[in-house]
Design a protein around this ligand. Structure first.
Ligand code: GDG
Length: 471
């Protein structure tokens, strides 16, 4: 078998992953590459005055990393533009925030061409490519135009929206047709897979067979749901590390017997932070007996802060958190600790373990790894309670959580009350069910299921009738 080439917008060097600040995805991809002697290709994150197309190659342990620089216009039109101001809001059902600008379209197409132009010469005949996420939907098409017939798979980390929502995107048809140049398209959930199927059958007039084969005149691809997970063993080890134990001790000391409600998210409007703050405010207003017995720690790492919608959200969260603390804080109790810095993975594991209740309440989320990490970090003898949004992909696999509608302030406030009062026996039995699911849908199962499906039963692409081959 040839090499595995992973392509993602950004490349996270495996050497940075140890106890560092990487999320679960980077860890998963690094492990997949180590096993398959691979290459990881993506944007360096740097911009230069003019685009050169030069590839920087380096070796990180067993993994070869190849990056390119983009130019400033690329960063604005492709990354901040089409990826984060058009596709991200739209795929998270925020049509009100989605911006449609011709320059963004052009930038998105240009950068995908640039990726393809730099990547194609590095690809050998028997390599398999695995492309990640919404930044790179047209990449396979750009590579096929350059004559590549290798197997190429695509995995979407965010939700695939319903047909009605998707059709608000100008040129939605081109986007989906480009996606069909991949041999396999993976989604996080059945819900997303079904939404894609509905688009293919109802808008494109194609057919989707029971095994996921998608057929349209001159095209064939395959779709499937591959829920991503975490490396449970690795995360448990992080939770048992000296750094985690130290943070856990510090947290417990600072709690002074109060119960800890925890949120950990990138600061993003899809994560439902504002709704969560308002629900907590409601909980405080309704639960006089709980005042000073609990506090809420929200870690919200800054993200995409060049995009106005994120700056606006940050200003609103500053205002709501200030209002809550202004109204309820006493000389020795702060009801809401709202923190914008980020923590090391092992430190974070220690914070998870100290929490009595986690609020994972996105308005929309492809999966949500925080829910799984929280479960993995718990003490099996005395676990905390997970409150989980019905709109997180993770809810499909975690029905033993307290499942809530994050848009309902009352429901969320009630779940906080219920979670904090839950008897230990109930917490333990729910946790056992949850950890079993987290273990069964771990990151290695995700990787193996996706790559297994990509390798399965298919010869090279030349066997398939595609529009490019036919033309
Ligand atoms: C996308 C999809 C899907 C957060 N704060 C810190 C920190 N984190 C880590 C968490 C977790 C990761 O970041 C966040 O992952 P999520 O899954 O919650 O969310 P997205 O970033 O939106 O990820 C999502 C995911 O892709 C994978 O497919 O689940 O639906 O939106 O691992 O722990 N990590 C560290 N310090 C922090 O302060 N070290």
């Amino acid at each position: 078998m040839g090499r595995l080439i992973v392509v993602s917008n950004r490349v996270q060097a495996p050497s940075d992953l140890g106890g560092g600040s990487a999320g679960g995805l980077a860890v998963a991809l690094a492990a997949a590459l180590r096993e398959h002697s691979g290459l990881w290709f993506g944007w360096s994150g740097r911009t230069t005055e003019t685009f050169t197309g030069g590839v920087q190659l380096r070796r990180e342990g067993a993994v070869n990393v190849a990056t390119i620089d983009l130019d400033e216009q690329d960063r604005q039109e492709y990354y901040n533009g089409y990826a984060n101001k058009t596709l991200w809001p739209l795929f998270h059902y925020r049509t009100d925030l989605a911006a449609y600008e011709r320059a963004f379209d052009a930038g998105y197409a240009r950068v995908n061409e640039r990726f393809a132009g730099a990547l194609a010469p590095l690809v050998q005949a028997d390599d398999t490519l695995w492309v990640h996420d919404y930044h790179l939907i047209p990449l396979a098409q750009a590579l096929r135009r350059r004559g590549l017939v290798n197997r190429i798979g695509f995995f979407l980390h965010i939700p695939w929206p319903s047909r009605r929502v998707l059709t608000t995107l100008p040129r939605h048809r081109e986007l989906v047709e480009a996606l069909l140049d991949y041999d396999l398209i993976g989604f996080q959930t059945d819900d997303s897979r079904q939404a894609f199927e509905a688009y293919v059958t109802e808008t494109l007039g194609g057919a989707v067979a029971a095994d996921g084969t998608v057929t349209l005149p001159g095209r064939r691809s395959r779709i499937g749901a591959f829920p991503i997970g975490i490396d449970v063993k690795d995360f448990r080890a992080a939770a048992a590390s000296a750094a985690a134990r130290e943070v856990h001790k510090r947290m417990r000391r600072s709690m002074t017997g109060r119960k800890l409600i925890l949120g950990v998210d990138r600061l993003d409007y899809s994560k439902g932070l504002e709704e969560r703050f308002l629900a907590y405010e409601q909980f405080l207003a309704d639960s006089a007996e709980q005042l000073e017995n609990v506090f809420f720690l929200q870690i919200a790492t800054l993200s995409r802060d060049e995009v106005e919608a994120y700056q606006d959200l940050r200003a609103r969260l500053d205002a709501v958190s200030g209002r809550i603390n202004g109204a309820y804080a006493t000389i020795d109790w702060v009801p809401l600790r709202y923190v914008n810095r980020s923590y090391r993975r092992d430190e974070l594991a220690g914070v998870y373990r100290a929490a009595h209740l986690a609020l994972v309440t996105p308005l929309r989320d492809g999966m949500n790894l925080v829910a799984k990490e929280f479960v993995a970090a718990q003490d099996p003898e005395d676990p905390g309670v997970l409150v989980l949004s019905q709109f997180a992909g993770a809810a499909e696999q975690m029905p033993a959580a307290l499942i809530v509608n994050p848009f309902s302030r009352e429901e969320l406030a009630e779940a906080i009350r219920r979670g904090l009062a839950m008897p230990k026996a109930d917490r333990v039995s729910r946790w056992r069910e949850l950890i079993e699911g987290v273990e069964q849908t771990g990151v290695s199962q995700w990787r193996d299921a996706f790559l297994g499906a990509l390798f399965q039963g298919r010869g090279k692409r030349e066997a398939l009738p595609t529009q490019h081959n036919a033309a």
